[in-house]
Design a protein. Structure first.
Length: 85
């Protein structure tokens, strides 16, 4: 665990250079706080890297939306899965 923590930056740099496989359905949930902090331009570039099968939704809250927005995350995920099946 300690070794993994020490190599976090190396791991991030390694996978950042890899292309994301095309055609894989992706739902990206973006917190409203993150959208305000880094801006729509950053999010659009990140979504473009994820391919043509990406969908995104903004969830009201901080970076930790899973703590406060569980019900909304559940509903958005359920709707996303229904669309791709």
């Amino acid at each position: 665990m300690i070794d993994q923590s020490l190599r976090t930056l190396d791991s991030i740099n390694e996978v950042s250079a890899m292309p994301f496989p095309q055609g894989i359905p992706v739902l990206k949930l973006i917190s409203s706080q993150s959208l305000e902090k880094v801006g729509a331009d950053y999010q659009e570039k990140h979504l473009a890297r994820l391919g043509s099968a990406v969908q995104s939704q903004t969830v009201e809250g901080s970076h930790f939306i899973y703590q406060t927005g569980a019900a909304e995350i559940f509903n958005l995920t359920k709707a996303f899965l229904a669309k791709i099946q």
